[in-house]
Design a protein around this ligand. Sequence first.
Ligand SMILES: NC(=O)c1ccc[n+]([C@@H]2O[C@H](COP(=O)([O-])OP(=O)(O)OC[C@H]3O[C@@H](n4cnc5c(N)ncnc54)[C@H](O)[C@@H]3O)[C@@H](O)[C@H]2O)c1
Length: 375
Amino acid sequence: MAQDDKRASVGIGLIGSGFMGRCHANAFRSVAGLFDVPLEPRLNVLADASDELAAQAAQALGFVRGTGSWQELVADEAVDIVAITAPNVLHAPIAHAAIAAGKTVYCEKPLSTTAAIALEMTEAAEAASVVTLVGFNFLRNPMIKLAREIIASGEIGEVTGFRGRHAENYMANSEVAHSFRTDPQGGGALADIGSHIISMARYLLGPIAEVQADCRTIHATRPVAPGASERAPVEVDDMTHALLRFENGVSGSLEANWAATARTMDLSWEITGTKGALGFSQEQMNELLLWSATPGRSGYTRIEAGPAHPPYGAFCPAPGHHLGFNDLKVIEVAELLSAHAGGPACGPDFREAYEVQRAVEAMQQSHADRRWITL
Ligand SMILES: NC(=O)c1ccc[n+]([C@@H]2O[C@H](COP(=O)([O-])OP(=O)(O)OC[C@H]3O[C@@H](n4cnc5c(N)ncnc54)[C@H](O)[C@@H]3O)[C@@H](O)[C@H]2O)c1
């Protein structure tokens, strides 16, 4: 790591410059201005599918240089943290190379295309003692942290039920083309966004013990590429419903649906307890609903995010001014930098992401076998 006259720096290598690549780049650029992080990120190398794409993206996103070779990025001594925002099938080979080089690995979800591959990645990272973090950024919301604290405090009593959903509409139109998201190797609504609501359920209520799921493909074919007239069959789910039993005995259900007409970011859940309940939707991500049973005044209270809910105050001193999606990535990166510098482990690490992938696969297996699956 290079030293400057203020704070030590850490070299960032980013692989992929699409939706998530831009979000990661923004977080690495802005984190040191918002958080008292131990290391200042230096945006050193960006890799994309070709030299030309990488050079353009490196310039647009503020990286020193671009390359069409992720292998070259991983081997570069100017890269201490490898951020993987490329299609899912590339996560494992890149992560293995980065782990072998002893680098911190910050990988987007889902961790990989199968649970078996995710486990290999996890074991390699643990054997090499490298820091890993997987981009389940919705867990970084201060309202979600507050919900976990409320549950742990017993304020809503004993938890009795969970109803979760991650519903969006980006694949609702049958003319949306195939992409890595519909690749039979690890694609589908359940892997793509179901993984988020599974990670959230585990964060709030702990491990899932058993699942029974129904997966459904709504559009039988899609164009092979954007604008193409040729079509190919869709082999993954557009929508999955699952029943859950958690290890702590709580029963519940979840839905993963990327063809949910009218929904844009409904990562939502309701948790019921013997004395109260909690409700949340990412579409109103600055609010947490808390139900209280006070006689004559029972109902949901809307708790509004503000500086009382760390780290909201790092962004704004006034309540009600709202954090946004990109801010969750900044919080995630702040925790990553602290862990990279030897601070507390920041999770969800590869092992936690492997557990999420196991739940995804158990639901797919349950659908195929038409039975409950024990994890
Ligand atoms: N955490 C979240 O909220 C969230 C949201 C969206 C996507 N994701 C995840 O982020 C990852 C990327 O998704 P996206 O929506 O940004 O996809 P995208 O298609 O917008 O971007 C993918 C990028 O990877 C690049 N790429 C393709 N092949 C490459 C190669 N061989 N070497 C280097 N780069 C290559 C593409 O050119 C593109 O720049 C996926 O794993 C996805 O599941 C996470």
